[in-house]
Design a protein around this ligand. Structure first.
Ligand SMILES: Cc1cc2nc3c(=O)[nH]c(=O)nc-3n(C[C@H](O)[C@H](O)[C@H](O)COP(=O)(O)O)c2cc1C
Length: 213
């Protein structure tokens, strides 16, 4: 006798609710330094992301979030959180469908505040696309991008593209980023990639939920 297998599909109303609402894109400002360039670069990218109209965009500032150095007694993989700061951060990441990390290059890597924020959580990052907007001096933030890639893999974040910026060519002055047409164009391409990847992975996460329940 032929064996049939059944797989519970997500209920139609659940699926519709998830897929009709705009996906949430969280732009994370990684630098926490007073006078940081990151704020102006994130402001520029946020304007382009809002104009793209494919996302509900929110800016998340790690300086405002003010997470202490990782201090949860349990491993994030258990999702057992003691502290309100972790529960708050978890809720922000959980409701996000995609991310853009606006991150500086510090000593040939990305900055510690971003690593700390990533380490706090585990499941909340999984199967969600991320675009990397990195900036720095001579190496244009490229080493920060290479350094973060293994961490994205560990957390099962989905790399969706990158944009590296030379602060020598495009400086931040008086909190304003001196973007140009070429950078705007590269940012638009990154947003397009994120748009596509977010649609694909949103469906994939629903499918995973259906198969595991
Ligand atoms: C601790 C520290 C380390 C840095 N290391 C590098 C580096 O390795 N490569 C580089 O291109 N720029 C480096 N820079 C320059 C930064 O990329 C530049 O200052 C940038 O404005 C930092 O981002 P922020 O202003 O948003 O914090 C470093 C800056 C700091 C503060």
């Amino acid at each position: 006798m032929a064996r049939t297998t059944t797989c519970r599909l997500p209920r139609l109303d659940e699926t519709r609710k998830v897929l009709v609402s705009l996906p949430v894109l969280s732009i994370i400002i990684a630098s926490t330094r007073p006078g940081r360039a990151g704020f102006a670069i994130a402001t520029w990218f946020n304007e382009l992301a809002q104009a793209h109209r494919s996302f509900e965009v929110q800016v998340v500032d790690l300086a405002e979030l003010d997470l202490p150095l990782f201090n949860e007694p349990h491993q994030p993989v258990t999702r057992h959180y003691e502290f309100e700061h972790t529960k708050h951060w978890s809720a922000i990441v959980e409701r996000s469908d995609a991310f853009v990390f606006v991150m500086p290059e510090y000593n040939h890597s990305y900055n510690a505040a971003l690593k700390n924020a990533l380490d706090y959580l585990y499941h909340e990052w999984r199967d969600k696309p991320v675009g990397l907007v990195s900036y720095g001096g001579g190496a244009l933030g490229a080493r920060a991008i290479e350094a973060i890639k293994p961490v994205l893999t560990a957390l099962q974040l989905v790399y969706a593209g990158e944009l590296s910026i030379s602060l020598a060519r495009s400086p931040v002055r008086d909190d304003v980023f001196s973007n140009d047409a070429q950078l705007d164009d590269r940012a638009a391409r990154l947003l397009k990639e994120l748009d596509f990847a977010t649609a694909v992975w949103r469906r994939a996460r629903l499918e995973r939920t259906a198969r595991t329940h």
